[in-house]
Design a protein around this ligand. Structure first.
Ligand SMILES: Cc1cccc(C(=O)NCC2(NC(=O)c3cccc4nocc34)CCCC2)c1
Length: 228
């Protein structure tokens, strides 16, 4: 799977994306992540990429030409136009169902906003879908883009080490995780629930399911409504 990220801060991606699972997936050529610097496509002699908003008001808006030319530089040699996602507070909030849907794509272009956002004509001209990672104010769309890349990439076959593959079947059943324990048996006077040392797998399974339901009811009852 290929991700092309249109951003003003490509180095953020270079740093994060060479680490851990995503980094290994890139080495194995299962995932390809290209950070394209929108500023490289500015025709302005000072490499400007933003300008004052028509209608006045504070803040700056990302100008359309550099973004459009950066986009063209990706699609000009491609037989099919890849899906373009603008990470934006106006988007539908990302959830695992959408992540699964996106993981079927072969190639995604992600556009990251800055300042007050991008000129509306870019959204009209090249954006297929706006996606938000949640309702809070951020400085840019780069971290949302990394959240999308991380969540989608882990569903691409062979990205997760095989022992972790179970995570995609049972892992996200729409409930919160049960409590996890590892050694030592006692820590700060707190012991591990004995059921987990019983070796009785059916009982352990039941206890875990119970704990997931209990926890979800307590902390995220909204998740229970969404379950198919
Ligand atoms: C609730 C709310 C209302 C109004 C503005 C903002 C806000 O944060 N505006 C600033 C920008 N925010 C995001 O890009 C952004 C923010 C949050 C989640 C996201 N998921 O994807 C991109 C996301 C937009 C242009 C530059 C950064 C947030």
């Amino acid at each position: 799977m290929r991700f092309d990220v249109l951003t003003l801060f490509p180095d953020i991606f270079h740093a994060v994306m060479k680490e851990s699972i995503i980094g290994r997936a890139q080495e194995k050529n299962i995932i390809e992540i290209n950070a394209i610097n929108i500023r490289d496509f500015s025709k302005d002699k000072h490499k400007k990429v933003d300008d004052y908003p028509y209608g006045g008001g504070g803040g700056m808006v990302m100008t359309p030409q550099p973004i459009y030319d950066a986009y063209l530089s990706i699609v000009k040699d491609l037989p099919h136009k890849p899906k373009v996602i603008y990470l934006s507070p106006q988007g539908k909030v990302l959830n695992q169902k959408k992540v699964v849907e996106l993981s079927k794509e072969k190639h995604l272009i992600l556009l990251c906003g800055h300042y007050e956002g991008v000129d509306e004509r870019i959204i009209e001209e090249i954006v297929d879908e706006e996606i938000s990672i949640g309702d809070y104010v951020l400085t840019g769309g780069e971290i949302p883009a990394m959240v999308l890349i991380d969540s989608v990439s882990r569903l691409v076959p062979d990205v997760l080490p095989s022992e972790d593959a179970y995570k995609n079947e049972s892992h996200y059943n729409g409930l919160l995780e049960y409590p996890q324990y590892t050694r030592p048996y006692e820590f700060m006077g707190r012991k591990v629930p004995d059921i987990l040392l019983s070796g009785h797998h059916a009982k352990i399974e039941e206890w875990r399911k119970e704990q997931s339901l209990k926890r979800t009811l307590e902390k995220r009852p909204d998740l229970l409504k969404k379950r198919d």
